[in-house]
Design a protein around this ligand. Structure first.
Ligand code: HT7
Ligand code: ZN
Length: 852
């Protein structure tokens, strides 16, 4: 397979300022006619090369005349041209109903829709399918009116009419030049939840959330989130929406979360549809975040797009930072930060320490779809957050204003963004740029020593080697630091922002009247791993006294982690400091219940494994279960009090309501972990009596890991209640795949044969196969059956949908972290995948890199 390299970037040979597309839509055979106005870019004699993927030209015209000199270079159409500007007409026929890859034009549940990022447009028509070719699009669609009464495309609608034989047509025009990856159309039998938004400058924008009619009642939350997002982007970034309409369409079969096509976002229906009976609080929050994310792309991605795909984090990292800030402003900023850091540690840290590690701005790829990663998105967002921290909010805003003004209507680079930040703020970010080039999670060791009234903080940093990058330079690490008196609990200084730039540094604190305790990397000011010389007593102290909620959470997590790692290493550990700290937090009436629920949760099996040189899944499971049991038993009265206090609450989607539900299910989990005789009955009562999905799924999760007969009863009742609701059945599959029971692997194998299981729907595949592969205990069963099962499924999935299959490879690629027996079995499955005839380049890249 060909490797694409960042350093090989060259401007396009031909520009395409205008394109007109004419679709004669039919699921079996859609005729696509494209008219391109092309202009030679600079002085050269190279032909026009139009990307194609599995397209066969029916006709090619140059300036209205049937062309003869064209040829195919592999999948691409090559047309020799003599002048500086020409009109090119092409025609192809494609079959959306046979498109199982879900890239390009495809069919989903009776509708036709598109997904073009990153390189799907070339599956629709011949075109220079690269993000730095910006065109104005006119789109005409003709379709059977009964089957496809609604015809949508980018931009504003300009005309519509009736055709012959029950067909109708519509024309849309998008006045903003855009790259082909932002093209979209949708045809279907859809209804809209309509709204409107008046922009800062007084323009009215018509909003529509389009779904199949039974789902209409589940769209209010998304519409509300859209309006909040539009207002937020005006207030916080001064960015206004620019078209007369903004449409969102929900589709059931989608490779990703959603897509920011100009004026016509297409969403995975799981990020649109919500009502209390079918969506959890987590779903509600995710819907608001994804709606915001896609809307924010209108500026960070669409008005200013990426020059090439190596710059992907320019739009994704920045937009994730924007959606995280939006969500933080809607509720508890502290809880949001905890959730985001937990997500980063669960997905990005393992990526950064494994065979697929790559910089935020990668240097090469085989298949760009494999680079829609946690590093590009989440570490990319942390990089923007650090710039925000270093510059402060006002200079950061001046930087984004300059960036948007200077690069509006263009395809820009990460360098353009950083240079705008420097120019607007006067800051020097030269060394900071290493965050874009060096992969790997920096490690900092922080040692605080005290001599009399003086304390010395000694810092050392290192960045581990990663594939292709054996040696690293020191990074700029913005560290928020504070000291607390261990006797009074009072702050001993204001919070300091230290820019730690060298291999080592020291900071001295004078005139201390009591023994200080170090609070460092407060708010997770840098996305790094910090090791300190703090004792269990220091961590327990901070978990009760730190005035930064994130640092308080972090101290508790570290205390738990230290205890669990010690227990894995030696078979047992003193649980009392954790029990005391959890009791303190749980019974602190001044704390937000949502925060308490996060703080008292133990680190996951996988995160404990990430701390160890060789992961022992069974020992980790035993250590964690033992601590859970002790916490459950020792704090039985406290868990029950916490549970009873909110047990009878009625559903209300509000920060208070969410916090209550969170603590309720966390408490239920600890009551069950204690082995209490009534735990299963309590969980079943919660399951049956729930007036919302958060409580119901929470109870099902608790039961699913237990051995009570009520488990099977609940699983069956859940299935019967939600039969036919795809999104809820995904939860049913996922909850069972995440069970910590001994027999999860067998049960998951059986579920793969269930009549409702299909690999053709990405949500369903991820719900069972993706969830099982991150269930550390079950997936890493020493027999190797988990590895074999996942590899079998991925080989089958690759034939249908390579993008989705390739995304599920990373758990198998972590073989270096496991004992020799497991590692050999994992490698054998990766080798079997690589040897599979007809393997996609998506899977080839992920699997071969994972073997290194
Ligand atoms: N920008 C969007 C990326 C995306 C995507 C990428 C690969 C394959 C399918 C895809 N669907 C959407 C999503 C986003 O970040 O907003
Ligand atoms: Zn995005």
């Amino acid at each position: 397979p060909t490797i694409t390299r960042r350093e090989d970037y060259r401007e396009p040979d031909w520009r395409v300022p205008e394109i007109a597309l004419d679709f004669d839509l039919d699921p079996a055979a859609t005729r696509v006619r494209a008219t391109l106005q092309v202009e030679r870019n600079g002085v050269h004699d190279r032909p026009l090369v139009l990307d194609g993927d599995a397209l066969v030209p029916v006709s090619v015209l140059v300036d209205g005349v049937e062309a003869t000199g064209w040829s195919m270079d592999g999948p691409n159409l090559v047309i020799p041209l003599t002048g500086s500007a020409h009109r090119i007409d092409t025609e192809v026929v494609i079959a959306p109903e046979r498109n199982t890859q879900l890239q390009g034009l495809y069919a989903s549940q009776g509708m036709l829709c598109t997904q073009c990022e990153a390189e799907g447009f070339r599956r629709i028509t011949f075109f220079p399918d690269r993000p730095d070719v910006l065109s104005r699009y006119k789109v005409r669609m003709t379709a059977d009116k009964a089957r496809f009464p609604v015809l949508l495309a980018n931009g504003d609608p300009i005309a519509q009419g009736e055709g012959a034989d029950g067909r109708h047509w519509a024309e849309w025009h998008d006045p903003f030049p855009k790259p082909s990856y932002l093209f979209a159309l949708v045809a279907g039998d859809l209804v809209a939840n309509r709204g409107s938004f008046t922009t800062l400058s007084g323009r009215t924008v018509e909003l529509g959330i389009w779904v199949r009619s039974p789902d209409l009642a589940k769209t209010d939350h998304a519409l509300h989130a859209l309006k909040l997002s539009m207002a937020w982007d005006e207030q916080v970034y001064g960015r206004e929406y620019d078209l007369d309409v903004f449409n969102i369409v929900a589709v059931d079969d989608f490779n990703f979360g959603a897509m920011e096509n100009k004026g016509l976002n297409v969403f995975n229906s799981r990020y649109i549809l919500a009502d209390p009976d079918t969506a959890t609080d987590y779903d509600y929050d995710a819907i608001a975040a994804v709606v915001a994310h896609e809307y924010f792309h209108n500026w960070s991605g669409n008005r200013v797009t990426c020059r090439d795909w190596f710059q992907l984090s320019l739009k994704e990292g920045f937009t994730v930072f924007r959606d995280q800030s939006f969500s933080a402003d809607q509720g508890s900023a502290a809880v949001k930060r905890i959730e985001d850091v937990r997500g980063l540690r669960a997905s990005q840290f393992p990526e950064d320490s494994g065979p697929l590690a790559h910089p935020v701005r990668p240097d090469e790829y085989i298949e760009i779809s494999n680079f829609y990663t946690a590093t590009i998105y989440n570490k990319g967002a942390e990089v923007i957050r650090m710039i925000h921290t270093i510059l402060g909010p006002d200079k950061f805003r001046a930087g984004t204003d300059l960036y948007f003004q200077r690069f509006d209507g263009t395809a820009a680079t990460c360098e353009d963004f950083v240079a705008s930040m420097e120019e607007a703020s006067g800051a020097d970010l030269s060394q900071f740029r290493r965050w874009y080039t060096q992969a790997g999670t920096p490690r900092v060791s922080a040692t605080l020593t005290q001599e009399g009234g003086r304390a010395r903080l000694s810092l050392r940093q290192s960045v581990p080697p990663t594939p292709g990058q054996p040696v690293k330079e020191p990074m700029v690490l913005p560290l928020k630091i504070k000291l607390f008196g261990s006797f009074t609990g009072r702050a001993m200084c204001d919070e300091q922002l230290m820019l730690f730039k060298d291999d080592a540094a020291e900071m001295v604190f004078e005139n201390l009247s009591e023994t200080p305790v170090l609070s460092i990397n407060r708010g997770f000011s840098a996305p790094i791993i910090v090791e300190t010389n703090r004792t269990a007593a220091d961590l327990a102290f901070l978990s009760a006294h730190d005035d930064d909620p994130f640092a308080r959470y972090e101290a508790m997590q570290q205390l738990m982690l230290d205890t669990l790692v010690a227990s894995v290493a030696s078979g047992s550990a003193d649980h009392q400091p954790v029990i005391d700290a959890v009791r303190n937090t749980l019974t602190d009436g001044a704390l937000d219940p949502a925060f308490i629920a996060e703080a008292v949760l133990l680190p996951s099996d996988s995160f404990i494994g990430d701390q160890m040189a060789v992961v022992d899944p069974e020992a980790i499971f035993r250590a964690r279960e033992s601590l859970r049991r002790d916490l459950g038993m020792a704090l039985n009265a406290e868990w029950r009090a916490a549970y009873d206090a909110v047990r009878a609450n009625r559903f209300e989607y509000s920060p208070t309501g969410k916090g209550a539900r969170r603590i309720k299910t966390v408490a239920l989990g600890y009551i069950a972990a204690s082995g209490a005789a009534d735990a299963a009955a309590l969980a079943y009562a919660q399951f049956e009596g729930a007036d919302n999905m958060t409580d119901r799924q929470g109870a099902l999760t608790t039961l699913a890991s237990g051995t009570s007969p009520l488990r099977e009863q609940a699983i069956e009742a859940f299935y019967q209640r939600y039969a036919g609701n795809g999104l809820v059945l995904d939860k049913w599959f996922q909850t069972q795949a995440l069970s910590s029971r001994d027999d999860t692997a067998q049960r998951v194998e059986a579920l793969a044969q269930h009549r409702d299981f299909t690999l053709a729907n990405p949500n369903r595949a991820r719900a069972l196969i993706g969830a099982f592969a991150v269930n550390q205990r079950a997936f890493h069963d020493i027999s190797g059956r988990g590895y074999r099962f996942v590899a079998d499924q991925l080989i089958a999935l690759d034939r249908l949908n390579p993008q989705t299959a390739a995304k599920l490879i990373p758990p198998l690629g972590r073989w270096k972290r496991f004992d020799a027996a497991r590692a050999a079995r994992m490698r054998a499955e990766l080798e079997r995948i690589v040897a599979t005839p007809g393997l996609s380049k998506d899977m080839f890249e992920q699997a071969t890199k994972s073997l290194d």
